[in-house]
Every structure is written in structure tokens, then in C-alpha cells.
Design a protein around this ligand. Structure first.
Ligand SMILES: *Cc1c(COP(=O)(O)O)cnc(C)c1O
Length: 391
């Protein structure tokens, strides 16, 4: 039998992080004391009132299909969240709930991009964006950024990357993997360029609530009517409510795009899980009291890890005011990111993600969504490793 695999699947970049992740898991299973800096999810539990609401819905038999775009009360609650927190007016019909923020990104890209289109993506990037663009038949165009600008794209760089084929610009602030948060002025300036050139913006705001050091998140949609009309917000429950396993995200978009996303979803996944949506309603309709504690703890770890990394020979790590990642530069240590991480795991039993997975071979990604005890232990080991390399 010739299992001919479709070109679109063959064209995907296999996940480089998987090999290291699989190895780390195997080592753990073998009883080896591995410190994991790979986590892409908060280490806190989903708040109890959210779990209770889902459990109650489940017990009451809320277990059937819902409308593909989500239950009306959740779409309403999301619209109210955008009004309350972002000053943005969306009708519930402009909100489509999907099976995770990742699924929302995928649906939005499938609904807006096709063969011949270019999508501008700042690099380092969240690793799924370019693959989704390729699945849609479009071409990713990267803007390379460096530590020197805290991995921020300038309006000039964006303007230079735009061609008549450019359909979409992907903005992710706060950023995974760098933790960078653009200022409101910087966001507006990038939005201005897109408006001038008629380019849509997919603004992935999933880390909106996870900002430190007085950083302010402002949605690019909020600067003017034109900005709003050019923007599709992607968001989700995974990070600020620690609901990664629930698979719930959303997009907020101009009506024709929301309609197209709904149509795609209705023929692929249909609705996100019914009783999970009830939990999400509880998340949005009660105060985010849990966040204060989470943010204080993330910030404490962030400050500690940032200072420790910068004190290590050959490592420099720029300031990162959002999400729960640091993206230290390791280029002075003479190893590319994959070799660096493989050796670090082998010799010191520390798992970090090679930067090449996000478009930079000079960096590694450290997640501080793990206990302070783990962070101290892991950084002690990393320091030992780095001192040997620097010799
Ligand atoms: C975690 C994450 C998402 C969405 O994750 P889901 O689990 O699918 O909700 C989207 N964008 C970025 C940049 C992320 O880090």
C-alpha cells in the first residue's frame, strides 16, 4: 500500500521541541530528577468556581450539541468582557468560540488567507503561526527582530515587509516566546501602518492579563474605527484562567470574517465542548480574584530568573514584561539552540525549549510557570552547565 500523504501535511515543519520533550518525559519516567522549563501552561489549578459551574452543567445534562459558534450566553459574556476591559463594542454575532485559542488562530487564518497571499510574522514567533499560514496555502514572511529592540518590530520594518500580496499581519503582545510587551504607542503605530496599506491584523491577545512592571496591554483594535475594522482579536481561557485542557478560545472579528470562521467551524469541529462553555461563562462573569495572587507569584519568579540568567557568563536576557517566558541569548556560548538544549538535558537534567522552534537559533525559551523551588534548582544546574561551556 502506498500511503501517499498530502502535500499540505508534508510541508509542515516537524516539531523540533518534541524530541527533547519526549526525552525529558522518558527520563522522568525512568526516575531521573529532571527540572522542566518547557511548560507552556500555568502551574496553577483552574479556579474552583469555574470547575463548579462546568460540573453543575454536566450533572444537569448539558451534554448535547450547542450552536457551532458557542452558546449565546458565552458569546454575550465575551462581548461584555471586550466592552468592560478593552472599550470595544462587539455584537455577540461577531464572537466565535472555538476549541482553544490555537483553533481560533487556525480558523481565522483559514478564513482570511489563500494561495498567493503573504502573511507578515515577527520572528521569534509562536511556532504554530507559520505552519497555519502554510496550511492555508499562503506564504509566511518573517521580520527578524533581536534582543537589541527587545524583539519589537518597528513601523519601518513592517512597512518594508508589506507588498501588494500582504493579507495579514500577526501581532502577539505579550509574546510567546519572548515575553515582550509593546507599549500602547508602539501598538498604535503598527496598526497605523496596517490601516494605511489595507492589511488585516490578527492580534493574539491570549496573554493580555499577564503583564508586570506596570506594563499596559492595549488592543490594537481600540485606537480608532479604522483600527477596529482591520483587526481580528484572538483570545482564550488557557492562560489567565489556567484552562489549557478545557480547549476554549475565541475570536472577535468584523462580521463577514466572523461568519466565515463560523462556516469553517461548522464543517470541521462543530461546537466546543458544551459543559466547558458553561465554565467559561463563570470565568468571565465573576471577578478575576485569582489573578492578583498568580501575577504576584509569576512576577517574583520572573525577577529572580531574569537576574540569575543575566549573572551567568555568556548569557544575556532582555527584560520581558509579560506572559511567563524568558528568552535568553546563548550565542556567546558556542552552541546552537538544539545542541545546547540536548546537552543541557543530557548533562544537567534540565529541559528547556530550543529557540530555533520559534525562529531563533541563538536563544532558548525558559518558562517560569513552575515552582520557585524548581526554578532555583534548574537555574543552579544551568549555571553549572554554562560555567563549563564558558571555560
Ligand atoms: C497558549 C497560546 C495560545 C492558545 O492556546 P490554547 O491552549 O489553544 O487556547 C495562543 N497563542 C499563543 C501565543 C499561546 O502561547
Amino acid at each position: 500500500m502506498n500511503y501517499r500523504i498530502a502535500q499540505r501535511a508534508l510541508a509542515l515543519t516537524p516539531s523540533l521541541t518534541l524530541a527533547i520533550d519526549a526525552k525529558a518525559k522518558q527520563m522522568k519516567a525512568d526516575g531521573i530528577d529532571v527540572v522542566g522549563f518547557g511548560a507552556g501552561e500555568p502551574d496553577f489549578d483552574t479556579p474552583q468556581h469555574i470547575k463548579d459551574a462546568a460540573a453543575k452543567a454536566l450533572a444537569a445534562g448539558f451534554t448535547k450539541y450547542t450552536p457551532a459558534a458557542g452558546i449565546p450566553e458565552l458569546r454575550q459574556a465575551i462581548a461584555e468582557k471586550h466592552r468592560r476591559e478593552n472599550g470595544l463594542e462587539y455584537k455577540p454575532s461577531q464572537i466565535i468560540v472555538s476549541c482553544g485559542g490555537k483553533h481560533s488562530c487556525y480558523n481565522v487564518i483559514m478564513a482570511t488567507c489563500q494561495e498567493g497571499d503573504e502573511v507578515v510574522i515577527p520572528s521569534p514567533y509562536w511556532l504554530s503561526y507559520p505552519e497555519m499560514v502554510k496550511l492555508a496555502g499562503a506564504t509566511p514572511v518573517f521580520i527578524q527582530t533581536t534582543d537589541a529592540t527587545e524583539f519589537k518590530v518597528t513601523p519601518e520594518q513592517l512597512r518594508a515587509a508589506i507588498t501588494p500580496r500582504t493579507r495579514l499581519f500577526i501581532l502577539n503582545s505579550p509574546s510567546n516566546p519572548t515575553g515582550t510587551v509593546y507599549t500602547p504607542e508602539e501598538i498604535k503605530a503598527l496598526g497605523d501602518v496596517c490601516v494605511q496599506h489595507g492589511v488585516l491584523i490578527m492580534s493574539d491577545e491570549i496573554y493580555e492579563h499577564l503583564v508586570y512592571d506596570g506594563a499596559v496591554h492595549k488592543s490594537v483594535a481600540s485606537f480608532s474605527r479604522a483600527h477596529y475594522e482591520h483587526t481580528i482579536i484572538v483570545h482564550g481561557f488557557a492562560k489567565a484562567w489556567s484552562m489549557t485542557g478545557w480547549r476554549l478560545g475565541w475570536c472577535a472579528a468584523p462580521e463577514p470574517i466572523a461568519k466565515a470562521v463560523d462556516a469553517i467551524q461548522s464543517h470541521s469541529t462543530s461546537n466546543p465542548t458544551s459543559f466547558a462553555q458553561k465554565g467559561a461563562v463563570a470565568a468571565l462573569t465573576s471577578p478575576n480574584d485569582h489573578l492578583k495572587e498568580w501575577l504576584a507569584e509569576f512576577d517574583r519568579r520572573r525577577r529572580y530568573a531574569h537576574a540569575r540568567l543575566n549573572s551567568m557568563p555568556g548569557i544575556s536576557c532582555c527584560n520581558a514584561k509579560g506572559a511567563f517566558y524568558l528568552f535568553p541569548n546563548i550565542s556567546k556560548l558556542g552552541l546552537k539552540s538544539v545542541d545546547f538544549c540536548a546537552k543541557l538535558l543530557e548533562e544537567q537534567k534540565v529541559a528547556a525549549v530550543p529557540g530555533i522552534a520559534f525562529g531563533s537559533d541563538d536563544h532558548i525559551r525558559i518558562s517560569y510557570a513552575t515552582s520557585m523551588e524548581n526554578i532555583e534548582k534548574g537555574l543552579d544546574r544551568l549555571e553549572k552547565f554554562v560555567r563549563q561551556l564558558a571555560k
